[in-house]
Design a protein around this ligand. Structure first.
Ligand code: AMP
Length: 568
């Protein structure tokens, strides 16, 4: 049996595709959401979910939560006698969801589709996959949370092909994605976000207000601060939820045997949280800009993540777009439901239309370079992107680089992933040394090609044209369990991508027709055809197959019109 799992920062959920629709599975205590929390019980046993969340305030040193924020790092969390890696803690949550699903379904759960923020980088994705495997799950696929949300909202059943925007504010992460369906293919066109912004930050705003109001009474010895912080956080969470329903709510704690309380008004909260609300705007703009989509052409604005229940967030979204967002599905359930739709798709349930999912590369991949300015000053450690974030994958792109020095014998390319202009702030994935011929006098181009596929296989091909020198590096998931044969097959599929679009038969034929027309015409017409060719070459240089296809069709039409060779 295959299930869909939303492994959230604060809460997780599991769902299954049954009787032609996705259905959430309740946990052992009958709840549809399981807190992503782990704690060591007094008897040394591990507790997961609500029991662990409850112990957070009383036993902070024995409990862990919000560990999704550490995924992909080596930061361990100490729980009693042992330290745990973030993926081990996530594995415990997954194991508990698996057990709940098995009890509910009365059948073993063997595989899962697990969701990750679109913004997660390679390491974070690998860590998530490892968490699934540690929990005894065959991770069929990791899908982006917005893709899952889009499936829950039935994007694949829409008549219209206008994109929609998924606005996902969870406990710890904020994601904005443009999801589009095109000829039966669903696609994340662009995604942007802030993986350090979520409901927890709004809790901090409430805690700040409470500290102002309660002042001296909240003094704690250094050994007690962790416990006090957790007590305050838990109270803030209750207050904040209550503020989603009313204009004022009590903030209540018991600290050192003393009951302390104050009232927090929605107005004060809104004022204090304004800097957080302001941070919602930038990723929205970035996603629209990256996807080249104007807000008024969106078909839906979909709200996901529990924190979108906050009225101040809904108001901000309504103001931003000048219309109301869609929150038809419970924002805490949408992603797990969508993961189950994908799981259903995987098991080829007849109730679903056949759709293929494509993904985008959520981060930029490139190499390090140096730059010499007019005065001769050299700046090293600059990041030169090759595959830009939000490129539809699988993809293959190349760039040409030149050596810095006239007598340089070797060029070393560091392979990086990230968005910073400086490689030091990006993640290093590997390195490739390329020997250069003698006496190139710096007048040599080095072709660097990156090919990247959906499962995170990155292939780097470096070639020094005319010298026969070629170096290759494959960076792949160390945890990849697939057989060598599958691996070879996938690499073979990638091979087909590597032909530069200009060399692909259909594009070459269209270009030849255009060039012939150019030769046959004079004056203004010749100039116009020249512009068409330049435009088409520009599109091919961007190496986006879909854009090329559209441009080629347009060019063919234009040539037909000028040539008078219409076949109709
Ligand atoms: P997620 O990471 O999607 O599970 O989102 C959980 C976040 O949603 C937490 O920060 C919760 O505080 C927040 N949340 C859930 N319900 C509400 C509510 N009624 N009002 C405000 N925030 C909520």
């Amino acid at each position: 049996m295959l299930v869909g799992i939303d492994l959230g920062t604060t809460n997780s959920a599991v769902a299954v595709w049954r009787d032609g629709r996705p259905e959430l599975i309740p946990n052992a205590v009958g709840e549809l959401l399981t807190p992503s929390a782990v704690s060591v019980g007094d008897d040394g046993a591990l507790l997961v979910g609500i029991a662990a969340r409850e112990r957070q305030a009383t036993h902070p040193g024995l409990s862990a939560a919000i560990f999704k924020r550490r995924m992909g790092t080596a930061e361990e969390v100490r729980l009693g006698k042992r330290s745990y890696r973030p993926e081990e803690l996530s594995a415990m949550v997954l194991r508990s969801l698996k057990a709940d699903a098995e009890a509910f379904l009365g059948a073993p759960v063997t595989g899962a589709v697990i969701t990750v923020p679109a913004y997660f980088n390679d390491r974070q994705r690998k860590a998530t996959r490892r968490a699934g495997e540690l929990a005894g799950l065959n991770v069929e696929r990791l899908i982006n949370e917005p893709t899952a949300a889009a499936l829950a909202y039935g994007i694949h059943e829409l008549e219209e092909e206008r994109p929609f925007l998924v606005f996902d504010l969870g406990g710890g992460t904020f994601d904005v994605s443009l999801v589009e369906i095109f000829d039966g293919v669903i696609e994340v066109r662009a995604s942007a976000g802030d993986n350090r912004l979520g409901g927890e930050d709004f809790n901090a705003a409430i805690v700040a207000l409470a500290r102002d109001a309660l002042g001296e009474a909240l003094k704690a010895k250094p050994a007690e601060t962790a416990m006090l912080d957790e007590v305050l956080r838990a109270a803030a969470e209750r207050t904040r939820r209550a503020l989603s329903e009313s204009d004022s709510a009590p903030f209540q704690i018991v600290w050192k045997g003393e009951a302390l309380a104050c009232d927090i008004t929605a107005a004060a909260f809104e004022e204090r949280a304004q800097p957080l609300v302001d941070r919602l705007r930038d990723p929205v703009l970035r996603a629209l800009r990256d996807g080249n989509v104007r807000a008024d052409t969106l078909s839906e604005i979909v709200m996901v993540g529990g924190a979108t229940r906050m009225p101040l967030v809904r108001r901000a979204v309504t103001r931003m777009f000048g219309r109301f967002p869609n929150a038809r599905i419970n924002p805490d359930h949408a992603i797990a439901l969508g993961a189950a739709v994908q799981a259903g798709l995987k098991s080829r349930d007849a109730a679903l239309k056949e759709i293929r999912l494509t993904d985008v590369c959520p981060f930029t991949l490139g190499v390090d370079t140096a730059h010499r300015d007019a005065s001769g000053k050299v700046t090293t450690g600059l990041f030169a992107p090759i595959i830009e974030r939000n490129t539809v994958i699988p993809t293959s792109r190349s760039e040409v680089f030149s050596p810095m020095e006239a007598h340089q014998q070797v060029v070393t390319f560091g392979i990086y992933q990230g968005e910073s202009r400086f490689v030091a702030q990006n993640v290093k994935l590997g390195q490739l040394d390329v020997p250069l011929p003698k006496d190139h006098r710096g007048l040599i181009g080095i072709d660097v090609r990156f090919t990247y596929d959906v499962s995170g296989l990155l292939e780097i091909d470096v070639e020094v044209p005319g010298t026969g020198t070629r170096r290759q590096l494959v960076i792949r998931d160390e945890e990849d369990r697939e057989s060598e044969a599958d691996f070879a097959k996938r690499r073979q599929l990638l091979e087909a991508l590597k032909v530069h679009p200009r060399d692909q038969a259909a594009n070459a034929a269209t270009l030849a027709r255009a060039n012939q027309l150019f030769e046959n015409r004079l004056g203004h017409e010749r100039q116009v055809v020249g512009e068409w060719i330049a435009h088409f070459e520009g599109v091919m240089a961007r190496q986006d197959p879909r854009e090329i296809e559209t441009a080629r069709a347009e060019l063919e039409k234009a040539i037909d019109a000028m040539d008078g060779e219409q076949y109709l």
